[in-house]
Write a protein that binds this ligand. Structure first.
Ligand SMILES: [Zn+2]
Length: 355
């Protein structure tokens, strides 16, 4: 144990308290939402296809905010979408309060990321889903198992693949496609609406993809050292190299020896910046930046949407555009092409995001 370890532990204790406080707020808001969703079913019972109880709209639960946003872009206001994981929470260790069971007992479908990201939520869903309701793991079925990536924080012997498919826009589009197909079966009356939204979402992703490639081409070295290991699939698709991720599989910090090795690596790679995560403040990464003489940019985010619910930035697109612009500019590139893309949802987002 050295001084660094002690201060790290202190910070981690503080960080652990915050999500717990937020969770309490969520329980309250979920309780209200369940009531709203149920009363909606009762007062809007036109016998149309959709929810298994013959009510109006299909009711959906989602987990992390980027998935909620992708789902919302496909279903708009034709289905009721309620997120479960509060923004700013460590989604990898999140355990839903027992009261989330109420929500899970009334929904028609739960869209999870899968790839072993949300096991406690998945178990609670399995125990509480009503007859005929389903769990759909978007990430697990988005790519074949042979393409799952095991790396720094997600080593093969840990049994958990890197779950962050959604930071790669081409895979986020797969999530949208799976939702579109699934919802079209559950709610055939609105199938053409879902298909049109999917097409619009594909256009947005096409614009992003082109701007990303143009901006990334201006970066002298596309090398990432991050705290949270959230960019493995993105890196593969966009020809970046992830040279390391500080956070190890059990969400603790690396040993002093590993830190020294990373400092040496950052010096020898000659990159101008390394990246921390907004959800995981990291004194270790700060120390590596200081000692290696590089900028430490601590604002990347992989599931905490920027802005506030209702704002255009508060979306999967806003989240990813923020990260790509930040990475490009911190590494000495020109993000003009990215900044020219309008951040937007393809339909108004009326999903519920616990904060
Ligand atoms: Zn993550």
């Amino acid at each position: 144990m050295n001084v660094l370890d002690a201060s790290t532990l202190h910070l981690m204790a503080l960080c652990n308290m915050l999500p717990r406080m937020r969770k309490l707020a969520v329980v309250v808001s979920l309780g209200v939402l369940v009531v709203v969703a149920m009363s909606g079913c009762g007062s809007d019972d036109d016998g149309s296809p959709g929810s298994a109880d013959g009510g109006g709209k299909v009711t959906i639960a989602t987990t992390v905010a980027p998935i909620t946003s992708i789902v919302a872009n496909i279903v708009g206001d034709r289905a009721t979408v309620t997120g479960i994981v509060p923004e700013g929470t460590n989604s990898h260790t999140f355990e839903p309060q027992p009261s989330v069971a109420e929500l899970l007992s009334v929904v028609d479908v739960v869209y999870l990321n899968g790839l072993v990201l949300e096991e406690p939520t998945k178990e609670l869903a399995e125990d509480n889903l009503k007859d005929g309701a389903d769990i759909v793991e978007l990430g697990t079925i988005a790519i074949p198992e042979s393409e799952y990536i095991y790396d720094f924080s997600f080593p093969k012997d840990g049994g958990k693949p890197n779950p962050h498919l959604w930071t790669d826009p081409t895979l986020a589009l797969r999530y949208a496609e799976i939702v579109k197909d699934d919802m079209s079966e559950r709610d055939p009356d609105n199938a053409s609406y879902y298909a049109a939204n999917y097409e619009s979402f594909a256009v947005v992703i096409g614009e992003m993809d082109a701007a990303m490639r143009e901006s990334f081409a201006t970066i002298p070295k596309r090398e990432l050292l991050t705290y949270h290991d959230a960019y493995a699939y993105f890196a593969k698709t966009y020809d970046w190299t992830v040279i390391g991720a500080i956070q190890v599989g059990d969400f603790e910090d690396p040993t002093p020896g590993e830190v020294a090795a990373l400092i040496e690596q950052v010096r020898s790679e000659d990159i101008p910046a390394i990246f921390g995560s907004e959800v995981f403040p990291s004194p270790v990464l700060e120390q590596i930046g200081e000692e290696a003489g590089v900028k430490y940019v601590d604002v990347l985010r992989d599931d905490d949407l920027p802005g506030a619910p209702g704002e255009a930035d508060h979306s999967w697109m806003g989240l990813m555009m923020f990260d790509y612009i930040t990475m490009t500019e911190a590494l000495g590139g020109d993000a003009t092409a990215l900044r020219a893309v309008e951040v937007r949802n393809v339909v108004p987002d009326v999903a519920s995001y616990p904060q």
